[in-house]
Design a binder for this molecule. Structure first.
Ligand SMILES: [Zn+2]
Length: 82
């Protein structure tokens, strides 16, 4: 009888663990897709590559895909600026 109780307890624990994993995965997926939907894409003024706004570099109202392209487009402050 003790073995039966132990197996029952293990079964319940296993089901609970599976349900917890399932709910967690679903919630993470929901957050990821919501982030993708709300993320704005901007176009690089130098190479026209489209990048998420959070990863883009802004300068004088224009967007660039990276720091190098921002400098290449002639938006550097001048000599001495790194
Ligand atoms: Zn670029």
């Amino acid at each position: 009888m003790l073995l039966f109780r132990l197996l029952l307890l293990l079964g319940i624990a296993f089901i609970g663990w599976r349900m917890y994993r399932m709910l967690r995965t679903r919630r993470l997926r929901g957050e990821a897709s919501a982030r993708l939907q709300t993320e704005d894409m901007v176009e690089c003024a130098h190479c026209a590559l489209r990048v998420p706004r959070s990863q883009a570099v802004a300068a004088e109202g224009r967007w660039f895909c990276c720091e190098l392209h921002r400098r290449s487009a002639g938006h550097d402050a001048g000599p001495g600026d790194t």
